[in-house]
Design a protein around this ligand. Structure first.
Ligand code: B12
Length: 213
């Protein structure tokens, strides 16, 4: 089987929500030394995006989507040890979470895997994180970057509250917001330093922000 076929196999198994098939294909890919970045980007992220689209189009129901999310997370668990083994020295520390009121965590999990794969230390605050929690952890951990993953327009106000509180407390970390609903305009409105709706672009702009520091 060609490498591209194994990648397709992982992606299709995620889309179908068949964890065992997806895990077996990821293990094959790792044995064949297919790059972890390729597995993440072309199979796992690409599969997650396709599932999101199908759900939005009404082609998929909640149960289909949750099975697919499970398969994706199971695949990431298989890839993670390899990602950690590959990283040599820490590129920086990132605290990340979704704003209060928002429980979408598929994109956050993916971007965390990408960041860890590139050598960042990531502290995951999880979902539905109140502004005070971001501040508390930022004060204790002194991260280089704070990431907020937001998928709901109605929680933009919470992102603003979080950024305002972080700045008021004198936190100097750069703030990056990510998520499918964001735009240049909403980033300015939130008061963040950068924004993205693409995981890889996010990793690149985080690296750029670190260099500019
Ligand atoms: C899956 C999903 C759900 C799942 C979430 C499961 C889970 N565990 O995450 C469930 C069913 C629970 C759900 C619930 C709801 N959802 Co929903 N959901 C989606 C859906 C279909 C896919 C989101 C997704 O996972 N995309 C795939 C990932 C990979 O993309 P992503 O998140 O953008 O992440 C990428 C980048 O943005 C980036 N990134 C993400 N975060 C970060 C952070 C940083 C720092 C960086 C650098 C990068 C980065 O990296 C990722 C990889 O490239 C979207 C529609 C869509 N197509 O996006 C709606 C959507 C987000 N949901 C929506 C809504 C309205 C809801 C509900 C309110 C529905 C309801 N009426 O109950 C609830 C809200 C629940 C809550 N309180 O949070 C709306 C939001 C609309 C809006 N503008 O506000 C959307 C857009 C659907 C729509 N078109 O109406 N949802």
């Amino acid at each position: 089987m060609k490498d591209s076929e194994i990648i397709e196999k992982i992606k299709n198994a995620i889309i179908k929500g068949i964890s065992e098939e997806a895990i077996a294909a990821v293990n094959t890919a790792l044995k064949r030394n297919i790059e972890t970045n390729q597995i993440l980007n072309e199979a796992i992220i690409s599969g997650a995006e396709e599932v999101g689209l199908r759900y939005e189009n009404g082609e998929y129901f909640l149960a289909d989507m949750l099975l697919a999310a499970d398969a994706m997370i199971n695949c990431m668990d298989v890839v993670k040890p390899k990602l950690i083994e590959e990283k040599h020295k820490s590129l920086g520390k990132i605290v990340i979470g979704t704003p209060e009121g928002d429980i979408h965590d598929i994109g956050k999990s993916l971007v965390i895997a990408l960041l860890q794969g590139q050598g960042f230390d990531v502290i995951d605050l999880g979902v539905d994180v109140p502004p005070e929690k971001f501040v508390e952890v930022a004060m204790n951990e002194n991260p280089d970057i704070i990431g907020i993953s937001g998928l709901l327009t109605m929680t933009i106000s919470k992102m603003i509250e979080t950024v305002t509180m972080l700045k008021r407390k004198g936190i100097r970390a750069k703030i990056v917001v990510g998520g499918g609903i964001l735009s240049e305009e909403s980033c300015k409105y939130i008061g963040a330093d950068a924004w993205t709706k693409d995981g890889w672009k996010g990793v690149k702009l985080i690296k750029d922000l670190m260099e500019a520091n």
